[in-house]
Write a protein that binds this ligand. Structure first.
Ligand code: IVH
Length: 716
């Protein structure tokens, strides 16, 4: 029954079946790779592709003798992005935080008011404009002439697509009017109108290709290496923001965008200035009503604080500006069949169930998988014990309703129990890890006695799935970001025993050239001399990785990229951090007190660091790693500022600014903010009513100033 082989669980395959199945997977994956890399349209979505890749790996792990020469695990495809040169943005291109309800919008404005210390009654003028569903780009002008155009990329580094952007009629090659700054970066959205999208699909129909939606069509067109093809694709552009500017002569968002129009850009005609939340929600409703007649896709409304001075004061939280928000339109729904429930393993051993769905189009996007969060969620129980889907459980074979809102992972929101057949059985969550057969446990919180919702594999050190996930995390974008070393390479290298943990990455080249190594990288399938050299060069480039990225890459529980930055800023070197974390195991030590005293680090993170550095196996890997890598301390955000590198404590009731604003201000200027006074404190900023902290600072002879003194010091 070779036709049904793909249905047979890996654990039940006979050797002969495995050979046939490995062959089928090699052929299928080669076909998918070709379409993905050489044409514009992938044949399957990432989830389906990954599932096949995983199945192939699992079979290879069970039948190591049958691994094919052309195994997909060894093949490294080139991602299309390698076709364009990289470009580092002068000012990062951040994305926006999302609101999904009117309440979220009220919260957004309340938080702004609180951050700025404004009274409840005070209205803050905010603009509202459509959120265009396209791709953002940064276009740089010097002395009025377009010099380059770049994609958003990961927000820090984008791709130079100047030639393609030059073909977009809405983007002026030279600025018109007068008064533009010498250096000016305009940001906005490249999109394709509905009519142009339909015409394009009709034109290419003969080739058998079709774009799923206008956004994909716009992306595919911008990604063309041959700008002549882009020129044939009618793309449009709305300007709505900016990057580096040698001079900003406007005081408000409205005024600035108005100038863009005078200088030759298209701006969205629906942009409105609103006095308060009610007005924002009214514009939101009005834009939603017009959505279907606009002639282009939008997926929400963007709100921005109008006053640019307030925007500066509000600044940025780790990933989003505090002064802007995207209010998404209601989610789209569709019904389909739940084909299977797969278990994915994360780097911390968490077992995450994923729904495999019969592919269905939800508002222009094909969906074939949805998150199921955890075992309780499948049973119809929410994280606080409440009923979800009115308590109905999910079973393989069920008819389900799925929902997709913006870029959020699709959810299963309902199930039709009446459509269940007689064979329907409740899903049994695995009690053994699918990768290493260790026990699956749900931890009990020491303090609350509550059982954790997450099921975890107990085989931390021996579990291959966790090891692979740790490597993937280490090389990922916000961590070491090693170019050409992605998920696929991590899996292949792990399977081959080449990279068993992150430290092995840095000895790859050395081991590769060792005598007796029968299969150097360049001789492997999918690799050549050039690609192997390129990978080694990319690895070597990270031997002085940024300290914060290195800390984040270690995958310590509860240490996200924001926390990693805080740690990097507060401990000048990795050695100091590790020494402190080891010492902090004793909670009466100053190391512990210093750690929890960092504003933004709580006991959960502190415990997690202590646990990580208390594990001898981790220290062994770290020792090997540090023989190869020297993490570079974080560059002071503003090394010229009078407070950079200093530890500051704010106390008393602050009147000129709020505590949050003070903290953001200090961090922007490269200072560390602590919660209490110690010998390490460099400066105490004391507002009216300061008490014990002030006394302690006086006793320790620490420099003390008041709010005005602080403002004078930093000259704001
Ligand atoms: S403002 C710092 N305005 O939405 C603020 N973004 O989720 C910069 N987008 O990456 C963005 N329409 O690609 C802004 N009117 C609009 C927008 C808009 C679409 C996109 C943009 C951004 C993403 C954030």
């Amino acid at each position: 029954m070779a036709g049904d082989l793909n249905e047979v669980p890996v654990g039940e395959l006979e050797s002969e079946q495995a050979v046939a199945e490995l062959k089928r997977l090699a052929t299928t994956l080669a076909k998918y790779d070709k379409h993905y890399h050489q044409r514009d349209k992938p044949l399957v979505d990432d989830a389906e592709y990954d599932a096949l890749k995983r199945r192939n790996l699992e079979i290879e792990a069970r039948f190591p003798d049958q691994v094919r020469l052309d195994s997909p695990s060894n093949r490294v495809g080139y991602t299309p992005s390698e076709k364009f040169t990289k470009y580092t943005h002068a000012v990062p291109m951040l994305s926006l935080d999302n609101a999904f309800s009117g309440e979220d919008v009220v919260d957004f404005v309340t938080k702004i008011r609180r951050f700025l210390g404004l009274p409840k009654e005070q209205d803050i003028p905010i603009t509202a404009e459509p959120k265009i569903d396209g791709l953002s780009a940064n276009i740089r002008y010097e002395h009025g002439k377009l010099v380059n155009g770049v994609t958003r990329g990961d927000g820090q580094v984008g791709e130079n697509i100047t030639q393609n952007l030059l073909t977009v009629a809405d983007i002026p090659h030279e600025l018109t009017g007068t008064g533009w700054p010498d250096i000016m970066e305009v940001r906005g959205e490249v999109y394709m109108a509905h009519a142009d999208f339909a015409a394009l699909n009709a034109r290419i129909a003969d080739s058998g290709r079709q774009f799923a939606n206008p956004r994909n069509a716009a992306a595919g067109s911008l990604r063309q290496l041959d700008a002549r093809i882009t020129a044939e694709r009618p793309l449009k552009f709305f300007a709505y923001a900016w990057g580096e500017m040698s001079d900003i002569s406007s005081e408000t968002q409205m005024e600035m965008v108005g100038k863009f129009e005078q200088w030759g850009f298209k701006i969205n005609p629906l942009m409105k200035l609103c006095a308060n939340v009610d007005a924002l929600l009214e514009v939101y409703g009005a834009i939603d009503d017009q959505r279907s007649s606009l002639g282009y896709d939008i997926d929400g409304v963007v709100y921005k604080v109008n006053d640019l001075a307030l925007q500066t004061r509000l600044g940025f939280a780790s990933r989003f500006p505090r002064w802007a928000m995207a209010h998404k339109f209601a989610a789209e729904q569709a019904t389909t069949t739940l084909l299977d429930i797969e278990i994915q393993l994360g780097r911390t051993g968490a077992l995450t169930p994923v729904a495999k769905l019969k592919p269905v189009n939800v508002g222009g996007v094909m969906v074939s998988s949805a998150t199921l969060h955890n075992a309780d969620y499948i049973r119809g129980i929410g994280s606080s014990g409440e009923a979800i889907r009115e308590g109905r459980d999910l079973r393989v074979g069920d008819k389900v309703t799925i929902q997709r809102a913006g870029d959020v992972i699709p959810q299963i929101v309902d199930v039709d129990v009446s459509a269940r057949g007689p064979d329907s059985v409740a899903f049994e969550f695995p009690t053994k890890c699918p990768a290493c057969d260790s026990h699956v446990v749900r931890e009990v919180n020491e303090k609350t006695g509550k059982v954790d919702v997450v099921s975890r594999c107990a085989g931390g050190l021996i579990c291959p799935a966790q090891a692979v996930e740790k490597i993937k995390h280490f090389v990922s974008r916000n961590a070491l970001d090693i170019e050409g070393f992605g998920d696929k390479q991590a899996e292949a290298f792990y399977l081959d025993g080449l990279v068993k943990n992150p430290a092995d990455i840095f000895t790859l080249e050395e081991r590769d050239s060792e005598k007796g190594n029968l299969k150097p990288l360049m001789a492997r399938d999918g690799w050549g001399v050039t690609s192997a050299k390129k990978l080694f060069a990319a690895i070597n480039e990270r031997r002085d990785a940024d300290l914060n990225r290195f800390i984040f890459g270690l995958g310590i529980r509860h240490v996200g990229d924001g926390t990693a930055k805080l740690l990097a800023r507060n401990y000048d070197s990795f050695e100091k951090l590790s020494a402190a974390a080891i010492e902090a195991a004793d909670e009466t030590s100053t190391a512990w007190l210093d750690l929890v005293n960092i504003d933004g680090i709580g006991e959960t993170v502190a415990h997690s660091l202590v646990d990580f550095f208390g594990e001898s196996h981790n220290l062994e890997v770290l020792e090997k790693m540090l023989a190869q890598v020297s993490p570079t301390p974080m560059e002071e955000v503003a090394s010229g500022s009078p407070v950079s590198g200093k530890t500051v404590v704010f106390t008393g009731s602050l009147e000129l600014f709020t505590r949050d604003e003070a903290k953001a201000m200090a961090e922007r200027l490269g200072a560390k903010v602590a919660g209490s006074v110690s010998k390490k404190t460099d400066l105490l900023v004391a507002g009216p009513g300061a008490g014990s902290k002030l006394k302690k600072a006086q006793a320790l002879e620490i420099e003390i100033t008041d709010e005005q003194g602080w403002l004078d010091l930093i000259k704001q």
